[in-house]
Design a protein around this ligand. Structure first.
Ligand SMILES: Nc1nc2c(ncn2[C@@H]2O[C@H](COP(=O)(O)OP(=O)(O)OP(=O)(O)O)[C@@H](O)[C@H]2O)c(=O)[nH]1
Ligand SMILES: [Mg+2]
Length: 204
């Protein structure tokens, strides 16, 4: 293109080249979000995203419905908003390649908050949380430096009594009960996320 002019339309000569530097670059695409959802398959991650944002992720009652991350913009009070990322479910042994493995965890490496989702009908909520945490640690210990929140999902399946029972044995991080289907606790969850986001932005 450099030699091509109206009078020299098909140049057939060249000048000697110059030494240059050759580099190979591997670029990795990472999703950018404020909050990343972490949970076992079927925990209700995609359902939550579909309720708080305009995203339309696939939802179904079988594990590994989500195969690629989904992003949604969550509108908050007074025209504020934040971005939530829904990623595939994690199972015990994911760091050894079980299930879908952990490759997609790179998509939550840049999130400032990790929101753990454990369903109310889980046998042992604390244990599920610890398994998830352990898989994250195996993938990248720095993930544990992020702010963590816990949402106990599908709480429409609970009554007051069961809720009190569950509260007795929860991990020591801020938690809330939600039901995406019955729209319970969703505003409280957004408040909790926003508060944490503001706190973590102050640190920067
Ligand atoms: N009762 C009840 N069921 C729910 C709730 N949220 C989700 N579910 C059901 O739980 C099942 C799994 O929901 P998904 O949102 O696809 O779960 P996921 O965590 O995205 O699952 P993967 O993509 O496989 O990791 C679906 O049958 C949902 O209808 C809830 O608040 N209450
Ligand atoms: Mg999903």
């Amino acid at each position: 293109m450099h030699f091509k002019t109206s009078t020299n339309q098909t140049p057939r000569y060249a000048q000697p080249g110059q030494d240059s530097v050759e580099i190979a670059v591997v670029l990795e695409l990472k999703v950018l979000a404020d909050v990343g959802l972490v949970g076992f398959p079927n925990a209700g991650k995609s359902t939550l995203l579909s309720v708080v944002s305009a995203a339309k992720p696939e939802i179904a009652d079988y594990p590994f419905t989500t195969l690629v991350p989904n992003l949604g913009i969550v509108n908050y009070r007074d025209y504020k908003s934040f971005v939530m990322a829904d990623i595939p479910g994690i199972i015990e042994g994911a760091s050894d390649g079980k299930g879908l493995g952990l490759r997609f965890l790179r998509h939550i490496e840049r999130n400032s908050i990790l929101l753990f989702l454990v369903p109310a009908d889980a046998d042992d909520i604390k244990k599920e949380y610890e398994i998830l945490l352990n898989e994250l640690r195996n993938y990248n210990p720095e993930l544990l430096d992020k702010e963590r929140l816990l949402a106990i999902s599908k709480c429409d399946l609970l009554d007051e009594e069961l809720m009190d029972e569950i509260k007795k044995d929860l991990p020591e991080i801020p938690y809330t009960f939600i039901s995406s289907v019955a729209n319970m606790g969703i505003t409280e969850l957004k408040d909790m996320i926003w508060k944490k986001l503001e706190e973590s932005n102050k640190d920067i």
